[in-house]
Design a protein around this ligand. Structure first.
Ligand code: COA
Length: 537
C-alpha cells in the first residue's frame, strides 16, 4: 500500500486564500457554537446557582471519564429556529466515555424554558436513540424537563411518544437505559425515568410527576406541593419510581457512574481483532484548511483529503484508471480497516459501476465504508441517457442502500441531486454524517435552479403565443438564487438535523476514529454476510 504523494502547494497564493476562507468560516462556526453552548445564558445560570444546582454542561463533564473525548452531536440543532430561543435544541447529546464504556448521553438544558421539548429537541432525542440502537450504546439521560413545549405541542405530541417506545425497545435489546433526575420532570419528562432501567433522583430537587401542582389543582382541585407530589423521597419510599436517592447533583452522577461500571458492558471482539497498530498520517491535518479552493467552482483532488486522514497516508487505490471521477480504495484509520469513496468530479456510468463493485467488495470483506462527498450529481445529456446512466446510477444507489457494513459520510463540499443519495446522504442512513462548514446540500445549485425555472416560464409563454415577461422572470430568478443560497447552507442543514454536526476539517480524522470505535460495538463481522458473489460491473 503506497503512501499518497500530496501535490498541494502549501506556499502558493491559492492555498493561502483557501486557508483564509476556511478560517473565516471556522470563526463563524466557533461564534455560533459558543452562543449555542451558553444555553440560557446569565439568567439561566443565576437561577441554577441560586438553587445550588450544577449547570447542564458541568453535570456532563462530571459524568465523563476525566480526560476522555466527548463527541457532541448536532450542537447547532434548532439554530435560527423558534426565534433562536432553543440553543442546542435545549438538549446536549453526544457520545462520551463513562466508566470505560462508550455511552449515548442526553442532557436536558433546563436553563432554557425549564428544559421544555421543542420539535427539534424531540428530533435530536430520536436521532440519539437511533444511534444508540445501531451502535449498541447504553443511554444515560440527565433529566430536568418541563415536558412538551406547550406552544409547539402539535409538532411534539404525536411522535414524542416514540421516545418512550424506543426506551423499551432498546432495553429489550439489552441496551441499558439509565436516568439521573436533577429537577422538575413533568409529563413527557416523567416518562424518561419511568421507562428507564435504573433511576437516580436528587433529594429535595428532583420532582417527577405526570402533572405538576398547577395542573393537579386545575384538574382535581387538590393542592399539593412539588415535593409531596413527586419528590425523590416519595418516589424512593412510596411509589418505587426511583431506585437510588442522591444527596445532590454530584452524588447522582457518582451513582450513575457506579451503575455503569457495575454493568461490565463491553464490545464484541470480532471487529476489534482486525485492528492494526495506529500510525499518524504523513501530512499535517492543518493543511486540510487549504485543500478546498475559496471558489467552490474550482476542483480539487479528494486524495489530498484522504492523505491527511488515513494512517501513514497509505491508500490502496481500487480501479484508479477506470471511472476516475470517483476515487475508491482501502486504507486504515486509527488502525481500523476502511473502504473510502471520494468524489473527484461528476458521476459517470463507469464511476457508478465502480462504486457498486467496490461497495460489494467491502460488504464481502465486512469493511466499514467512508464516503467523502463533493458531488454536483450524475452527468446529464442524451449520450449519457442512451448509455443508461440511470440504470448504472441505480446500481450504485442500490449497493449503498443495501450495504450491511457501517457507513460514515462526510460532506466536504457540495452535495447535489442524486449524487447526495448515491454517496450515502442522510436518507441512506449512514451511521453518522458530518459536514464541513463550506458544505452545501440541495437538489441542484441556485444558479441552475433559477435557469431551469426561467426556461420553463419562457416555454410556457411561447406555447401560449405571448411575450415572456423578462422583468418577472429576472425577479423570480433572483428570489430563487437567494432561497437556494439560504436553504443549501451548512447551518440550514444542521439546524434541521440533516447531519450530526458541522466539524472543523482538521478534526475529521479524530471524529472518524471515534466513530469507527463506536460502530465496532456491534458485531457486523459475523452475521449478515452477503448472499451473492461480487458482480464485476
Ligand atoms: N412549555 C412552554 N414553556 C414552558 C413550559 C412548557 N411546558 N414550562 C415552562 N415554560 C417556560 C416558562 O414560561 C418560563 O418562560 P420565561 O423564561 O420566558 O419566563 C420558563 O420556561 C421557565 O419556567 P419557570 O416556571 O420560571 O421555571 P422554574 O424552574 O421555576 O419551573 C417548571 C420549571 C418546569 C417546574 C415549571 O415551569 C412548570 O411547572 N412548567 C409546566 C410543566 C408542565 O405542566 N408541562 C406539561 C407538558 S405536557
Amino acid at each position: 500500500m503506497d503512501p499518497i504523494e500530496s501535490k498541494l502547494d502549501t506556499r502558493s497564493a491559492e492555498y493561502e486564500t483557501a486557508c483564509q476562507a476556511m478560517l473565516d468560516r471556522l470563526d463563524t462556526l466557533e461564534e455560533r457554537l459558543a452562543q449555542a453552548r451558553a444555553g440560557g445564558g446569565e439568567r439561566g445560570e443565576k437561577k441554577f446557582r441560586q438553587r445550588g444546582k450544577l449547570l447542564p454542561r458541568e453535570r456532563l463533564e462530571l459524568l465523563l471519564d476525566p480526560g476522555t473525548p466527548f463527541l457532541e452531536l448536532s450542537p447547532l440543532a434548532a439554530y435560527g429556529l423558534y426565534n433562536d430561543e432553543s440553543p442546542c435544541a435545549s438538549q446536549i447529546t453526544g457520545i462520551g466515555i463513562v466508566a470505560g464504556v462508550e455511552c449515548m448521553i442526553l442532557v436536558n438544558d433546563a436553563t432554557v424554558k425549564g428544559g421544555a421539548v421543542y420539535p427539534m429537541t424531540l428530533q435530536k432525542t430520536l436521532r440519539a436513540q437511533t444511534i444508540a440502537a445501531e451502535n449498541r450504546l447504553p443511554c444515560i439521560s440527565l433529566v430536568e424537563s418541563a415536558g412538551a413545549n406547550l406552544l409547539y405541542q402539535a409538532e411534539v405530541f404525536n411522535y414524542g411518544g416514540r421516545i418512550f417506545a424506543n426506551q423499551a425497545r432498546l432495553s429489550a435489546l439489552g441496551i441499558p437505559q439509565i436516568a439521573l433526575v436533577f429537577g422538575s420532570s413533568t409529563a413527557g419528562g416523567a416518562y424518561i425515568p419511568g421507562m428507564s432501567d435504573y433511576v437516580v433522583m436528587v433529594k429535595k430537587q428532583a420532582s417527577v410527576y405526570l402533572g405538576g401542582p398547577p395542573l393537579v389543582k386545575m384538574a382535581t382541585g387538590e393542592i399539593a406541593d412539588a415535593e409531596t407530589l413527586g419528590g425523590a423521597e416519595m418516589h424512593a419510599h412510596r411509589s418505587g419510581v426511583s431506585d437510588y436517592t442522591a444527596e445532590n447533583d454530584a452524588d447522582a452522577i457518582r451513582t450513575g457512574r457506579m451503575i455503569m461500571a457495575q454493568l461490565k458492558y463491553s464490545k464484541p471482539k470480532a471487529g476489534l481483532a482486525r485492528r492494526q497498530d495506529v500510525e499518524a498520517p504523513r501530512y499535517d491535518a492543518g493543511e486540510l484548511l487549504g485543500v478546498i479552493p475559496a471558489d467552490p467552482r474550482i476542483s480539487f483532488d479528494v486524495r489530498e483529503i484522504i492523505a491527511r486522514i488515513v494512517d501513514s497516508s497509505r491508500f490502496l487505490e481500487f480501479k484508479r484508471d477506470y471511472g476516475s471521477t470517483l476515487v475508491t480504495g482501502h486504507a486504515f484509520i486509527n488502525g481500523f480497516p476502511v473502504g473510502i469513496l471520494g468524489n473527484n468530479g461528476v458521476l459517470f456510468s463507469e464511476s457508478a459501476n465502480k462504486a457498486a463493485q467496490f461497495i460489494q467488495l467491502c460488504n464481502q470483506s465486512r469493511t466499514p465504508l467512508i464516503y467523502l462527498q463533493n458531488i454536483t450529481g450524475f452527468m446529464v445529456g442524451s449520450k449519457y441517457e442512451r448509455e443508461g446512466i440511470i440504470k448504472h446510477g441505480s446500481k450504485m444507489v442500490n449497493a449503498v442502500a443495501t450495504s450491511t457494513v457501517p457507513q460514515l459520510t462526510v460532506i466536504v463540499g457540495g452535495s447535489y441531486g442524486a449524487g447526495n443519495y448515491a454517496m450515502c446522504g442522510r436518507a441512506y442512513d449512514p451511521r453518522f454524517l458530518w459536514t464541513w462548514p463550506n458544505s452545501q446540500i440541495a437538489v441542484m445549485g441556485g444558479e441552475q435552479a433559477a435557469g431551469v425555472l426561467a426556461i420553463v416560464q419562457e416555454e410556457r409563454a411561447r406555447r401560449q403565443g405571448v411575450e415572456a415577461d423578462r422583468n418577472a422572470i429576472e425577479m423570480m430568478q433572483m428570489m430563487t438564487r437567494k432561497k437556494f443560497e439560504e436553504e443549501s447552507s451548512a447551518y440550514y442543514a444542521t439546524a434541521r438535523l440533516w447531519d450530526d454536526g458541522i466539524i472543523d476539517p482538521r478534526d475529521t480524522r479524530q471524529v472518524l476514529s471515534f466513530a469507527l470505535s463506536v460502530v465496532h460495538n456491534t458485531d457486523y463481522i459475523s452475521p449478515g454476510m452477503p448472499h451473492y458473489g461480487v458482480f464485476r460491473m
